[in-house]
Design a protein around this ligand. Sequence first.
Ligand SMILES: [Zn+2]
Length: 246
Amino acid sequence: MRITDWLYLVGSGQVGFRLTDDYDCHVYLLDGGEEYALIDAGGGRSTDEIIAQIAREGLDPQRAAALFVTHAHVDHAGGAAGLRERLGLQVAASPEVAQYLRSADERGSSLDVAREGGVYPLDFVFEPCAVDRELADGDTVQVGNLVIEALATPGHSAGHLAYVVRRDGEVSAFTGDALFAGGAILLQNIWDCSLHDSIRSVERLAALSLDGLYPGHATFAVRDGRREVDKAMESIRQRLPPRQLH
Ligand SMILES: [Zn+2]
């Protein structure tokens, strides 16, 4: 699904547009010309479908040079191993997320409790994935004609990164599960979730004065993304948590 002249949605699950497997987050493709970047990988059960979506847009999947993982939850990170193997791309994530990805750590990624809680099927498997590049806050990576900047946005989970792209005078952020359209956040009863950190992360995103806001689930905003962030900031200014994603 083409979103703008340089941005496509090539994977999306049940908390989205049902393009691919139910357990996929949004998988974005950023067209940098000679090379493409992917943001997040989906759960891993529909890697072939994601690659088919890329080809259906008239794009060459083999030009996908880098995959940027926002966090270790399996609906975002589970597909990394398959995409790396099939497309030969480089995988980038924060050091914490890299650690969980390399060992397919079910506790670190909270797959253990999510599976127990019925969020994922009992036979859901997290495939380990090599990580080629560990990114710290403020690090940038060039992919084709795109410069992609890592922004530390923990709170939803440990080591969560958003990815910021500045292009044609506009600022777009791929916010994973740190912030959604409508100013929603997603707090869960898992070991590494923190309301305090989540609010700090929303404040960091608010400082960007966003045009494009592209979260990991549900709808997104192509323009005036800052209005979505402002909805969360209204609650934060009243010392209240922003609303939860439903
Ligand atoms: Zn998550």
